[in-house]
Design a protein around this ligand. Structure first.
Ligand code: SF4
Length: 485
């Protein structure tokens, strides 16, 4: 079957880097002058798997089974998705049984030597027998791709045998790309190639697709819907908990918008080319500046600028007083941030709301299309903050933290907390972090981390840091080979 969208990887986007470091000004100047290049890490601790993001994008789709064609280990993180599903269903008051399921083909030595296609077909038959799903996602892995299992051919054979079901192969083996956000694109392309195909539904007035990642809490989804409703827009958040019928309607939307600059941008461009659907890519609505920017960009797209300005003024006014109270404690402090690109940039605007200065941001990727967003941070944080482009390199992170000695660390704090620094995070799959109300929730979290730092102080006193002392005297970027500029 001819694919509507061919698999693309994000590594080839202009100015892509997953290994770089420097001040905001240095990287910005290089990018603007067209001489920014990716560097090379001669040692790295880890890298996130592409497959995981494809799994995360698809696992909540209703009436589906996801078959992970892989050894058991590749499903370890995916199994967490099922817990998330339970939590999210609870939050929306849905007490029905889970209608999406994960299965693994559990490839072993025998399948790796002799091929795993038969195991995959048997697993699909079991899935249909047990759950009678409408959609079966077949997700590849490093092992199944290396041994050359043809998941497209398996899907075609199964499709002929089970015409009531829809089989969706997703080529998202972990090594496919150095940019794990590629996994999002591959998942959205697979939805289009195998479910929507070349359908051309009538445009539906008032239908707006909001493409969003799995990591959002239900509270954050509700907050986005609430803010957009205030300016007169109703959105359908996708592909979260989407039904088969809702997926079919994706091309019928009047507008496409997204939750951040990383998710759905490639797919929205495709929808624009094929169906003429206008779209906008902005940022994650965390922190006042980012929420303003997100809301204004959607309002501009849909002709609701006036309504947006009224909502912004009202919503801002409602939180100013409490922000000012918290700010008395936080003004003038310094912070380092580690997070995914969209959330990290947004985190840098939330600390701005509380008068905190950014010393360093660890972001998995840098590319030309993010330069403006990093530059906007310079208005408050100056141009000297360090950008460490690092997808999961905590050895660089802890070295920098020890040298920079921030008052606060925002991110996954497993090691940072052993330095005794107050730590917190903004990746909250259960509570509200988005919009103007989220600014207050996160402000209270920052305040709480600063007021209650005993646990981290005890960790500092009674645990050891993960590396020998010598490492902390070294240049944090010792293992990055920088290209000649
Ligand atoms: S698909 Fe590859 S990178 Fe991903 S978990 Fe499996 S082995 Fe690891």
């Amino acid at each position: 079957m001819a694919k509507e969208i061919l698999d693309k990887i994000r590594d080839t986007r202009p100015g892509f880097a997953d290994a770089q470091a420097g001040t905001a000004e240095t990287l910005r100047n290089q990018a603007r002058q067209g001489c920014f290049k990716n560097a090379h890490r001669t040692f790295q601790q880890g890298i996130q798997c592409v497959q995981l993001n494809s799994v995360n994008t698809l696992y909540s789709i209703q009436d589906s089974v996801m078959i992970i064609h892989a050894p058991y280990g590749c499903s370890a993180c995916a199994s967490r998705g099922i817990i998330n599903l339970d939590v999210k269903k609870h939050h929306i008051g849905d007490t029905s049984d889970i209608s999406s399921h994960l299965m693994s083909t559990a490839l072993g030595e025998k399948e790796v030597i002799l091929g795993g296609e038969k195991r995959l077909e048997d697993t699909a038959r079991q899935a249909i027998d047990r759950y009678h799903p409408k959609i079966l996602f077949i997700v590849s892995s490093c092992a199944s791709a290396i041994i050359g299992d043809d998941i497209d051919a398996v899907a075609e054979r199964l499709q002929a045998e089970f015409p009531e079901q829809v089989f969706v192969p997703v080529h998202c083996e972990g090594f496919k790309s150095r940019n794990h956000a590629t996994g999002y694109d591959l998942a959205l392309s697979a939805i289009h190639n195998y479910i929507i195909k070349d359908a051309k539904p009538e445009k539906k007035k008032g239908l707006i697709n909001l493409f969003a990642t799995h990591s959002l809490s239900m509270k954050d989804q509700e907050e986005m819907k609430r803010l957009l409703k205030l300016i007169g827009l109703e959105v359908r958040i996708l592909p979260y908990f989407a039904t088969y019928e809702e997926l079919l309607e994706i091309p019928a939307a009047e507008y496409n918008v997204s939750v951040c600059q990383i998710f759905g941008d490639e797919y929205m461009e495709f929808l624009h080319q094929k169906y003429g659907t206008p779209y906008t890519v902005s940022c994650m609505p965390i922190g006042i500046k980012s929420t303003d920017f997100w809301l204004r960009s959607i309002a501009k797209l849909c002709g609701k600028e006036k309504e947006a300005e009224e909502v912004i003024a009202k919503e801002r006014a409602a939180v100013q007083e409490e922000i000012a109270v918290i700010r008395k404690k936080t003004e003038g402090l310094t912070a380092c941030i580690t997070a995914g690109t969209g959330r990290g940039l947004a985190a840098a605007t939330i600390i701005e709301d509380y008068g905190i200065k950014l010393l360093c941001i660890h972001t998995p990727y840098y590319e030309e299309s993010y330069v403006d967003a990093f530059e906007r941070l310079e208005e408050h944080h100056g141009s000297e903050y360090i950008i460490n482009v690092a997808d999961m390199q905590p050895f660089e992170q802890i070295n920098l933290l020890k040298k920079l000695k921030p008052d606060l660390f925002i991110g996954m704090a497993n090691w940072a907390s052993r330095l005794g620094i107050p730590t917190t995070h903004i990746l909250d799959g259960k509570r509200p972090t988005f919009g103007y109300r989220g600014v207050l929730y996160l402000g209270r979290k920052l305040e709480d981390a600063l007021d209650n730092n005993n646990f981290n102080r005890k960790l500092k006193d009674y645990t050891e840091l993960p590396f020998r002392d010598e490492w902390y005297d070294e240049d944090a970027f010792k293992y990055i080979e920088f290209p000649e500029v």
